[in-house]
Design a protein around this ligand. Sequence first.
Ligand code: ATP
Ligand code: MG
Length: 258
Amino acid sequence: MDVVTNALKGEGIALSFGGIEVLKGLDVEFRAGEITGLIGPNGAGKTSLFNCLTGAYAPQKGTITYAGQSLDGLPPAARASRGIVRSFQHVALSPDLTVLENVMIGVARNHHAGWQHVFLPTRRGREEMARMRADAEQALAELGLAGAADKLPAELPPGMLRLVEIARAIVGRPQVLLLDEPAAGLNNAETRDLMRSLKSLCSPDLVMVVVEHDMDLVMSICDRIYVLNFGAFVACGTPQQVRQDEDVVRIYLGSDDD
Ligand SMILES: Nc1ncnc2c1ncn2[C@@H]1O[C@H](COP(=O)(O)OP(=O)(O)OP(=O)(O)O)[C@@H](O)[C@H]1O
Ligand SMILES: [Mg+2]
């Protein structure tokens, strides 16, 4: 008997803007316990697929399920409360909040039970605030950012800001973590640290999907990789299989785009 895993699945996902087909009926399965890579040239539709999965875009056709439950029609907040969380291609931190406070927002956004009480001047409110703070501190520590907790975003280099964004995504202990170009702007050492951190976040219950142009990162941390080109998948397989796929070599890895 198959072991049931909490996969995030899309069937026949089709998305167009003004008659231009951006996603052409995609079938996809992102499995728990794996890191799945989603690669493809600029404009292939990677971020658009993430937007469909999180509910930011409503595909014209197709259906999306998580752990067998349909997500169709659910707004982004409802999906976040089911543990489906993403980081953005472009860092979007609040400039007036400290790093720690920015990450604490992630706790609330991911609907940590009881977070509403932090606004009340009660013992419960103080306890929830302390818990949110502790969770945020732990998420920062997991990404090697403990020392940056009290800084403002403007005081940090771009690479660190991206890690803060990831800390904000993981702080609510998501079930599904969608990372859009997490290594963009990171130097080699930061990218290596990120790879280690992402590997260590892996757990049997977590679906992790990484959109990334950094091939070393994708090939070394992903269990499976989907290759998207002009809104259609051209390959899916292990890093080894994808690396040897002729279409992939021709349309993506062989291009000097990235
Ligand atoms: N809101 C929108 N309105 C119109 N067109 C859009 C919209 N969002 C995405 N597109 C188009 O969809 C296509 C895919 O874009 P998308 O951002 O998903 O690509 P991507 O694979 O993430 O590219 P990159 O690697 O550059 O981030 C592009 O042609 C883009 O212009
Ligand atoms: Mg993108």
